[in-house]
Design a protein around this ligand. Structure first.
Ligand code: T5A
Length: 213
């Protein structure tokens, strides 16, 4: 087993099937007897989960986009420094539901905040730590929102207009084409079973090198 754990993140627009397919990734890792933890952003620790609640709850006062960005990175600093880094150092793999690509997609592409500002915060909070592998579930934003809507009440971010999520999707697509080695794009418009099969095959190919180490 590797001395340092692998850092895997999972991304996509609302309702793209991250939660559904994280189970497929967990099954894949368990079959190969990989020691891993499952965590999420924003959140992952008690304090970071409190920040998540603040971020996702609807408020009477509108949340400023820069406030939102700083809260996302505040939660990330807590999560990284008290959980993720330690787990990776102990040799555990870390499977994280969303990470900084979500910040580039939501706060950058979605809200239109300056990408250089996000870069600076990324360097400040993460130093050199970046995901080794990112699975991006790509789906038409309209379909994703419809799936999320059918599941229940929408939170503060899910209540944004469709155009916001279209920009988020494009943001993810740009990341995927710029970083094609790190990113694995899965067409999430297929049936659940087809997504599952596509994902398993892609994981087999992508993870072979790591699993043989
Ligand atoms: N955020 C986060 C930021 O703005 N900046 C950041 O830096 C970070 C880290 C977090 C929110 O925070 C924002 C982004 C988010 O708005 P989250 O908990 O990660 O939220 O949120 P969601 O994207 O809201 O996650 P969801 O649970 O809504 O979506 P999933 O997990 O992608 O979708 P899932 O698996 O729950 O599926 C949704 C529904 O579709 C069905 C499922 O059964 C379910 O009912 N489904 C399918 N239906 C048909 N065909 C398929 N192939 C299907 N796959 C799943």
């Amino acid at each position: 087993m590797r001395r340092k754990g692998l850092f895997i993140t999972v991304e996509g627009v609302e309702g793209a099937g991250k939660s559904t397919n994280i189970k497929v990734i967990e099954e894949f890792l368990s079959e190969r007897k990989v020691d891993y933890i499952l965590t999420r952003e924003p959140g992952g620790t008690l304090l970071a989960e409190e920040i998540r609640e603040l971020l996702l709850r609807r408020h009477e006062e509108e949340m400023d986009a820069t406030t939102e960005l700083l809260l996302v990175f505040a939660a990330r600093a807590q999560h990284l420094n008290t959980k993720i880094k330690r787990s990776l150092a102990e040799g555990m793999w870390v499977l994280c539901d969303r990470f900084t690509d979500a910040t580039y997609a939501y706060q950058g592409a979605g809200r239109g905040l300056d990408v250089n500002l996000i870069h600076q915060l990324e360097r400040l909070v993460q130093e050199n730590l970046r995901p080794d592998l990112t699975v991006i579930f790509d789906l038409d934003a309209r379909i994703g929102l419809e799936r999320a809507r059918q599941r229940g009440q929408l939170d503060r971010i899910e209540s944004q207009k469709l155009e916001f999520f279209q920009r988020v999707r494009e943001g993810y697509q740009r990341i995927a084409s710029r970083e094609s080695v790190r990113c694995l794009v899965i067409d999430a418009s297929q049936t659940r079973e087809a997504v599952r099969q596509t994902l398993r095959t892609a994981l087999e190919n992508k993870m072979q090198a790591y699993l043989n180490e």
